[in-house]
Every structure is written in structure tokens, then in C-alpha cells.
Design a protein around this ligand. Sequence first.
Ligand code: PMP
Length: 354
Amino acid sequence: MSLLARIRPDLAAFAPYASARRSGFEARIRLDANESPWSGDADASGLNRYPSPQPEELRARLAALYGVDPSRLWLGRGSDEAIDLLLRAFCRAGRDNVVAPAPTFGMYRIGAQLQGAEYRTLALRGEDDFALDDEALLALTDADTKLVILCSPNNPTGTLYHGERLAGLAARLAGRALLLVDEAYIEFAGVASACALIDRHPNVAVLRTLSKVHALAGARIGVLIAAAEIVDLVARIAAPYPLPTLSVRAALAALDDDAVARTDRRVDVLLAERARVAQALERMADVRRVWPSSGNFLLVRFADAGAAFARALGAGILLRDVSRQPGLEHCLRITVGAPDENDALLAALAGSAA
Ligand code: PMP
């Protein structure tokens, strides 16, 4: 059964907004979109015109980078937007539910709540290195489960869930729920993307982003990779022009061959720094645990997370306090920075000046 049978029935015949750029016509003089005929004073490069709903050049470049057909890609305002639109497309408010492990990235819960969908979590334990019991996760699903969301590497724990299990979960959810694999941090994990599963398991969808490894968090570009029918569905319900022209230009510049080679070298630096910072933290008296991480961050338990947070802040360094999340008592999430930033952090936490 196609997963389209599981979308909100009221969206089955949903007609998208017929924006000017969707008409398919090209012409020398364009008087179809109520744009200004003049460029702004500060820019002569066409910002007076609406962008393409899905800029073809960027879509093709990303498809090549991710090794998938362009028809499988939908580009949006960060992967946050794709999460939101998938929840909207599938979940009937007040009836359907979404299943995910916890702790994980907070926007899944927010998106589900906004859509009126129940958000069910499987609590993972730091004592077990946040190991995931697939059967326990599946046991939370029922006839009204529309999405199972797996963040891998997981934010904020750094745990990697890729491997054989993804195909197994997809098979068990076939025809009833989407298995959404959020790969925001996969470039730091050294494993193959779940994209390759989509051919055999069309209920798998993958999220990628330019916000992390490609250093474009400010451009707000995220990518949904899914079966073409799911991509078409998301494109139908999305806002007409999700990608600003300036962001598209920045992305194309960040994805040329030289830039990608530079990004790869930076990943090497970051992975070496991740290991160095983890080792140094493990030696500190007030550090209780540093979990293995496949992301560009470390989850660290301190004897007193509040004190560690304050010591870092006193040295001008902001960490992420995740200690109020269930199971993460006294934990901070620490992004791996540039070598000098990491030196400053280690000095601050050790109590000396950098
Ligand atoms: N997924 C995960 C796991 C994240 O950590 C984040 C950002 N913190 C996002 C998605 C959202 O990224 P984007 O900038 O692409 O919206």
C-alpha cells in the first residue's frame, strides 16, 4: 500500500497555491507576479523577482551530492520546515500520533503539538549509552501512528542508530507509518545515508541540512529526501517560495567542488578535535561521563552542571544546558568548536584562564 493512503484524507485532493512561478511560462517581460520592475538600489541581481519554488540548479547539485535522483528532493527553510510539513501532511489533529525516542531533537515534539498530534516517546537511558530497543519503539506504535522519527546521530546524545535496524524498522512500518531519519549530523558519523533504503522501502524519508557541516545555518536550507510521491505532497502544501534567492546563491557557492573539498578537510579537523576534547573532559575531576558522539558535539555529565555552565559563561563561552530533559540530569551539550575555542573551553572548565 502506498503511504499516500495514510495522509490526512482532507489533503488528498488539496490543490496547491497556483503561484506565478509555477505556471511554467517564460517570457521577456513578466507582469504576472506583482513584482517591482526595478531592482533595489543595493542589488542589481534580480532580487525584485520571486525565486523558483524549487531552484533547479541547487536541487541538481544537492541530488548529486547526496547520490539520489532530483525528483526525490524537496528543499525548504531548514529541515525544521520539512519536519513541520510532514507532520501536517500525515497527522489528523486529535487522532494520530508520532513516535520517537527520548531524549532527542525538540522540534519533533513542538511540531507534533502544533499539529495536535500525540507525541509518544520511548525513554532511553544514559546508563545504557542510549541504546535503542527496536521492539520497544515499535510497541509504542498503533493503527494511528503516522511517523516514527529517528534522529541519527541523535541530538543531544550523539548516539548513532544507523545500521541494519533501519531496514528492519522500515519493513515493520511499511504501508502504515513513515520512518523519518534525521541525518542533520551524519557527515560527522562516517556512515552511509539511509537514502539508499528508499528504493526498497518507500516509507523511509531522510532529512539533511546545510546548517551543520556546510556552515550555512544562517541561510536556512534543509533537504527532505523521500519517494517522489511524498516529495510532491510536501511541495503541494508548502509555502510558494520557501528558498530566498540569496540563500540559494550562498548554497551554490558552498557546494562547488573546492568548497566541498574544504568542508571535508574541516570535518577531519572537527573529528580530531572531538576526540581531543572528549579525552580532556574525561580527565576532569567534576566530569562524570562523556558519551561517545557521532555528531559535532559532546554530551557531558558533570557533578554540578550549573557550576560548569557558569564557569564556561564566566569565560565568555556559552554551552547548551540540557539538564532539565528527562534522563539528562547534570548534562550539558558542548558543540565542538575551532581548536582555539576548544582550548578556551577546556581552560575555563579546568578553572584556569585560557
Ligand atoms: N534536526 C536536528 C537533529 C537538529 O539538531 C537541527 C538543528 N539543531 C535541525 C534538524 C534543524 O536544522 P535546520 O537548520 O536545517 O532547520
